[in-house]
Design a protein around this ligand. Structure first.
Ligand SMILES: C[S@@+](CC[C@H](N)C(=O)[O-])C[C@H]1O[C@@H](n2cnc3c(N)ncnc32)[C@H](O)[C@@H]1O
Length: 323
């Protein structure tokens, strides 16, 4: 899904509730090297789940000698991705380091309060689906009767309930100061959706062996501090680095893009063990940036496609060379 405008909260006349939905959507501005950068924190639990499942399987097969797998989750936003990786790893021991450039996002992640919502009415469900929010398939965690779940859904439902407890709505609401409750279709067109929401609190972040760091991928060495990882995700975030910092997000020119990537890619390479994985967003059209050039440069900087993809766009890479 592509959002081109800052969401904000509005109230309409007939007092129908403004929109809330599964998946956190929020923006913040941070100052980087003297300039304000607008960050978009859109995310959800179990987003692009196949990538996380692939990582788990690959780590089991390729790093059997490493008892606790080290995973780096870059651009982790408010933490849903890191916790999803934990749910996928489940009984396989893992140590997760998650970082994001957004201070507010990281603070939220550290607090560990989340909500999951779904539209109440069929028309609204369809609207959300048509708009691409069907990508957020975590609604089942809160609203589906376990009896009707598929085997796979049951597995994640159990993993979710192992680390979260549902909390009282009113208590939850007070903690969701930043929750964005408006979903909008395009410039100025608002669509009100009535939703039901459930609130959850992480039981114990420390026990999860998961840490959050406020950090910039451009300073990756400060985040990793020499530690090596077997997998690193930086999903749905490259556009923040190699497109214009405005509402239209136009890819930067080739020269400029090359210069930026030439600084970042060697650091990504260095942070990984040989054969380690690097994953970017699954959907090519949601990356907005120049994915052809990104792909070409990943190859120049020691990466190879990790598996065969039907689509030529590759979103899971493995390190095959030091650089
Ligand atoms: C759309 S969210 C993606 C969240 C999550 N990875 C996912 O796929 O659901 C993009 C995130 O990238 C983060 N980001 C942007 N530039 C970054 C940078 N230079 N270093 C670290 N994180 C960055 C933003 O703050 C934002 O939270």
């Amino acid at each position: 899904m592509q959002i081109t405008f800052s969401p904000y909260q509005i109230q309409n006349n007939n007092n129908r509730k403004t929109v809330n939905f599964s998946g956190y959507l929020g923006n913040e501005s941070v100052k980087v090297m003297g300039e304000y950068v607008r960050l978009r924190h859109e995310t959800a639990f179990l987003r692009e789940l196949e990538t996380l499942e692939y990582i788990k399987q690959y780590l089991l097969e390729n790093f059997p000698e490493i008892p606790v797998k080290n995973i780096l989750i870059g651009a982790c936003s408010t933490g849903e991705e890191a916790l999803s990786m934990k749910m996928v790893m489940n009984k396989v021991p893992s140590r997760i380091t998650a970082f994001d450039l957004g201070k507010k996002a990281i603070n939220r992640a550290k607090k560990g309060y989340y909500s999951i919502s779904e539209p109440r009415y069929e028309d609204d469900k369809k609207y959300v689906e048509d708009w691409g929010l069907s990508a957020y398939n975590d609604k089942f965690l809160a609203f589906k009767n376990p009896k009707d779940m598929t085997q796979k859904e049951k597995t994640y439902y159990k993993a979710f309930n192992k680390i979260f407890k549902e909390i009282n709505t009113e208590d939850g609401k007070n903690k969701f100061l930043n929750r964005i409750r408006v979903f909008f279709k395009s410039f100025g067109e608002f669509h009100m959706i009535d939703v039901r929401t459930k609130y959850f609190k992480l039981k114990d972040l420390r026990k999860l062996n998961c840490e959050y760091i406020e950090g910039d991928i451009r300073n990756l060495d400060e985040i990793t501090k020499g530690r090596k990882y077997q997998a690193f995700t930086f999903r749905n975030a490259f556009y923040h680095l190699i497109t214009t910092n405005d509402d239209y997000r136009t890819p930067l020119g080739e020269h400029h893009t090359r210069k930026i990537l030439a600084e970042i890619l060697p650091k990504i390479n260095k942070s990984l063990d040989m054969k380690g994985l690097f994953a970017i967003g699954k959907k090519e059209d949601e990356q907005i940036c120049d994915v052809l050039l990104l792909t070409k440069m990943l190859k120049e900087y020691g990466f190879k496609e990790a598996k065969h993809f039907d689509n030529p766009y590759c979103y899971i890479w493995k390190k095959v060379k030091e650089c």
